[in-house]
Design a protein around this ligand. Structure first.
Ligand SMILES: Nc1ncnc2c1ncn2[C@@H]1O[C@H](COP(=O)(O)OP(=O)(O)OP(=O)(O)O)[C@@H](O)[C@H]1O
Length: 306
């Protein structure tokens, strides 16, 4: 099977700033692939290079086997691009813009249907400069999808959207996946990435730090899980000594934290019941993608680039 997107040894600097530093990855056909990283990590530069809008200093990009700069005319009908800051003609309405973009393609979506799918029906005749940030964002997704692309590049998919609109976009992404569209998406949102992406590349300083499924990244980080509970009687650690899932136990007065792997909660609960130990407020903490990012890059995803 051909890879829908291939990026090999991509480099791009802006003056002194190295935006993308030897970036290589592949996106399979029909896959949703996420680029996750802090502000300034180089994600947008990568997307713009794949879209053919930025000329890389070095390296190669192929989209559906085509060079996005050299084979631009052949690629554009098959490619949908949503960029972070799209400056659109401010005096055109939502409907006029979607219809205009539709004319760029031989085949594509029915403009009014697409407007409805993106929840913009009520705003159809509103000028672009009168839209809220979230509405403009949804419009930019509509414009990226109006040509029924085979490959969609979506930068900051749901940034600025309220939870309701976000869920709508997520379900739209799932139906695009079902339709076989390949999607490269840039996101800051863990929940979005965990829900949508088949695979994710963690990007830091223009480089890939790790690449796997969301669950795979969490297990790559080797963080294990924790079970925490309260014990009214002084807790005797030896109760858990022979439980193979347990790696360590911390007792802080009444609060007990058990670190371990596998079916930790089940194993700990069983051992406590067998020993006749009564505990309360039992909670399981699983490492998140955010924890994995911190473990793999040394910094939290929320932290801004200095
Ligand atoms: N056109 C440009 N001119 C100069 N510097 C740029 C340009 N575009 C990006 N950069 C710089 O390159 C680095 C990578 O930026 P890029 O926008 O690709 O990162 P990003 O991961 O997409 O971050 P964000 O989420 O904030 O957009 C940053 O240091 C940025 O300031």
């Amino acid at each position: 099977m051909m890879n829908a997107i291939e990026v090999r040894h991509l480099h791009k600097s802006y003056g002194e700033v190295v935006a993308v530093d030897d970036l290589s990855f592949e996106v399979n056909e029909g896959e949703i692939f996420g680029l996750l990283g802090r502000n300034g990590a180089g994600k947008s530069t990568a997307v713009e290079s794949i879209a053919g809008l930025v000329r890389p200093d070095r390296g190669e990009v192929r989209v559906l086997g085509l060079d996005p700069r050299r084979d631009r005319r052949r690629l554009l009908p098959k490619l949908g691009v949503q960029l972070q800051s799209s400056a659109l003609h401010w005096s055109l309405t939502v409907r006029e813009l979607v219809r205009l973009y539709r004319t760029f393609y031989k085949t594509g979506a029915e403009p009014d249907e697409l407007i409805a799918v993106l929840g913009l029906e009520a705003r159809r005749d509103v000028r672009f400069d009168k839209l809220s940030g979230g509405e403009a964002q949804r419009l930019s997704i509509a414009l990226a999808l109006v040509g029924n692309p085979k490959v969609a590049l979506l930068d900051e998919l749901t940034t600025g959207l309220d939870p309701e609109a976000r869920r709508q976009i997520w379900s739209l992404m799932s139906s695009l996946r079902t339709a076989g569209v390949t999607i490269l998406l840039v996101s800051h949102l863990m929940e979005e990435v965990e829900r949508l992406c088949d695979r994710v590349a963690l990007i830091d300083h223009g480089r890939i730090v790790a690449e796997d499924s969301p669950a795979g990244l969490v297990s790559q980080a080797g963080l294990g899980q924790r079970v925490r509970f309260r014990s009214s009687a002084p807790f005797d650690k030896t109760v858990l000594a022979s439980v193979s899932e347990v790696t360590s136990v911390e007792v802080d007065s009444a609060q007990v934290t058990v670190h371990g792997t596998g079916e930790l909660l089940q194993a700990v609960s069983t051992a406590l019941v067998r020993a006749g130990v009564v505990v309360t407020e039992t909670r399981l903490f699983r490492p998140t993608l955010d924890d994995a990012f911190l473990a793999l890059t040394g910094r939290s995803l929320q932290e801004e680039e200095k």
